[in-house]
Design a protein around this ligand. Structure first.
Ligand code: PEP
Ligand code: MN
Length: 344
């Protein structure tokens, strides 16, 4: 159930609702959305009728959450969520661009990319220190040493860091450095990792599994949210189909479909979706047109020398063009925003 509090309700009154739920053996969570408080309580409708909660002090209205995703559901929050990452609001109406190399390869490489990414006005940099690779013989990332370089980049350029935790064992050290901890596509149903991410004090970028349905993806988010971390950003990165002109198939339709079902922000990674540099910009722009809250894009100063994913890395000049065009598409969408309460 979503228990909406009166505009003038106090935190004490919301805590009173939690205590009432607790007495019935239920867990709930207070959320602040805009000025009003609300309490989300999965499975409360199995124990209480709405009327019993509606008479509690400060409660305005009780709304059932009928979907299988109790925390991620659009019904579980009065407004779309805004996830703040290093001072950048994802889901707040601005288009958030995150760019950087696939992996941290050296100080020289990382700093060169960070310099032009920051120079283009971006505030968040992506780069994996731990890399999930299809082949065990491929470059696995610089690990802890790569994290040290990412810390240096934050100090030098003031960029927030998006980097991946590939397994539970490395989560502690990754979350120390990351401003947004990435859970990769292959790990979307690594439930131990999802639970660990749910206990993190950092926001989480949850990529869609290469063969996951929207429902499976949102249920994966539910593992993180259910552990108490409300800061989840979804990221579509292409799914496996029979097409072979691109690395994967970018599922543009999942962006508006997800926004109908969930309050979580939705980003798109066109780079892993297409796998070929020349397809990245058109697909990135399509994602923005479809309502993505942001893009996660790979770029490299010398893609021919990249240790991973060189063919899909945008050259610095392409990257500059993407920044300009993506902003233009975003402004075109904003010129005629949807009516309040509607995703599109
Ligand atoms: C990445 O973003 O570095 C990555 C490995 O992506 P994915 O998990 O989507 O393959
Ligand atoms: Mn990559």
């Amino acid at each position: 159930m979503l228990i909406l509090m009166e505009a003038a309700a106090t935190l004490d009154q919301a805590q009173g609702v939690l205590a009432f739920l607790d007495a019935g053996g239920l867990k709930g969570r207070i959320q602040e959305a805009g000025e009003a408080l609300s309490v989300v309580a999965p499975h409360a409708s199995k124990v209480f009728k709405a009327e019993r909660l509606e008479v509690l002090p400060g409660v305005r209205k009780v709304v059932p959450i009928t979907s299988p995703f109790k925390f991620a559901s659009a019904d579980a929050a009065p407004h779309p969520s805004v996830v703040e990452v290093a001072g950048v609001a994802i889901g707040g109406g601005e288009l958030v661009l995150v760019a950087g190399p696939c992996g941290v390869e050296s100080e020289e490489q990382l700093y060169a990319v960070a310099r032009y990414v920051a120079g283009a006005g971006l505030r968040l940099l992506r780069a994996g220190a731990f890399k999930p690779r299809t082949s065990p013989y491929a470059f696995q990332g610089m690990g802890s040493q790569g994290l040290r370089l990412l810390e240096g980049v934050r100090r030098e350029f003031g960029l927030g860091i998006v980097t991946e935790a590939t397994e539970v064992d490395v989560f502690d050290e990754v979350e120390e450095v990351a401003d947004l901890v990435q859970i990769g596509a292959r790990n979307m149903q690594n439930f131990a990792l999802l639970r660990r991410a749910g206990r993190s004090r950092k926001p989480v970028l949850l990529k869609r599994g290469p063969a996951a349905t929207l429902e499976e993806w949102l249920l994966a988010a539910e593992y993180v949210l259910g552990e108490g971390n409300p800061r989840v950003v979804l990221c579509e990165r292409g799914i496996r189909t029979w097409s072979n002109h691109a690395r994967n198939t970018l599922d543009i339709s999942v962006v508006p479909a997800a926004k109908c079902l969930t309050h979580l922000p939705v980003m798109v990674d066109p780079s892993h979706a297409v796998g070929r540099r020349e397809l990245v910009i058109p697909c990135a722009l399509a994602a923005v047109a479809a309502g993505a809250d942001g893009l996660l894009v790979e770029t490299h100063c010398a893609p021919e020398k990249a240790l991973s994913d060189g063919p899909q890395a945008l050259l610095p000049t392409d990257f500059q063009r993407l920044v300009v065009q993506a902003e233009a598409v975003h402004r075109a969408r904003q010129a005629s925003p949807p009516a309040p309460g509607l995703a599109f």
